[in-house]
Design a protein around this ligand. Structure first.
Ligand code: NAI
Length: 225
């Protein structure tokens, strides 16, 4: 199995917004395929995903011609094509570094596997945690990071250590061959260009909601004092 991200996606520099929408189309098309709906127009797909048909067409034509003239898209073909484009036609191995509150919760979540993301390793520096099992994975010493990442063919590394240790962990992951990192630590990592990092900041997401609470409350005439 290749550990590199989809070469097609990389070379085309597809905007993240488009990629997110492709996942939404894929979910919708998968549901349609289950109920034996074999074709769908861009307008219908747009309606089901709250997007304009122009947006749907623009997103999909970027990757080829999936439409069947006059009858819309063939859902089976489109599903297969989207799965290939998004790397959903295979599984990807994931390692979590930092098996504390957050790392353990992520390891235990069954939903990743359903989406082709397999948690294969958990690494930590705290001796008290080593040897414990989360689902079918045993927490190992972070000293073995390089070896474990190579052995388990890890493509995606999740950083769930304190901010003070995150850069060091990222450097080790990259040296070991990881090309995609999901970073939960509140720090901007210095990363080479060929590595993709996604920073997750739940506090910022919550703060954004507070803005909507204030504005929504004002619109509704509620007392916000
Ligand atoms: P925690 O203290 O429960 O877990 C951290 C784990 O990392 C511990 O098991 C510790 O032994 C391990 N660790 C420390 N240094 C290490 C190293 N060099 N190598 C390997 N393991 C190491 O902390 P928690 O609550 O799980 O948070 C983890 C990180 O995630 C923190 O940076 C925190 O700020 C961040 N966080 C981010 C959130 C977000 O929305 N982005 C939400 C919650 C936490």
């Amino acid at each position: 199995m290749s550990r590199r991200p989809n070469e097609e996606m990389k070379s085309k520099k597809v905007p993240e917004g488009t990629i997110s929408r492709l996942f939404v189309y894929l979910r919708e098309i998968t549901e349609l395929a289950k109920i034996s709906i074999h074709t769908i127009s861009s307008a219908e797909l747009g309606e089901r995903t709250n997007l304009s048909d122009a947006q749907v067409r623009k997103d999909l034509t970027r990757f080829g011609q999936f439409g069947v003239s006059g009858s819309g898209y063939d859902t089976g073909k489109l599903k297969g094509a989207l799965e290939k484009i998004l790397g959903k036609d295979r599984t990807w191995n994931v390692a979590v570094v930092g098996a504390g509150h957050l790392g353990s919760a992520l390891m235990a979540y069954p939903g990743f596997e359903e989406r082709g993301l397999v948690m294969v390793a958990a690494l930590d520096s705290d001796k008290k945690r080593l040897g414990k099992r989360i689902k079918n994975v045993t927490i190992q010493s972070v000293d073995r990071l390089g070896e474990v990442i190579a052995d388990k063919k890890v493509s995606i590394g999740i950083i769930a250590v304190p901010a003070t240790d995150a850069q060091e962990v990222a450097d080790k992951m990259i040296k070991a061959g990881v090309v995609c990192i999901l970073n939960f630590a509140p720090i901007a990592l210095a990363i080479p260009e060929n590595v993709k990092v996604k920073d997750i900041d739940l506090s910022r997401e919550l703060e954004t909601l507070s803005y909507f609470l204030v504005n929504g409350a004002e619109r509704a005439g509620m007392n916000t004092e």
